[in-house]
Design a protein. Sequence first.
Length: 98
Amino acid sequence: MTIHWCGTGLSAVPGLRRLIEVGRPVKVWNRTVEKAKEVVGDLTDDIAAFDIAALEHELAAGDLVVSMLPADMHVPLAKLCLSKNAHFVSSSYIAPEM
């Protein structure tokens, strides 16, 4: 089971670093790879540019997607998780579309 952490903004960093530090299998996805490297590059090199098609290719049943992305990305990511039998965690309030 891989945790696919999407987004490395300020509110994401403490939880993301903790998961990596305790040895959880985490793939970090961020709009800019360099920014992700700045916040967790000392702990992991499993960092990729966020692209929903690339995530779809790597996502497997039982994996977990944590979305720290803007709210408009939650529905597409949730649908992707449903199609792959993966789990989804959103950092946002629930919306009617969800």
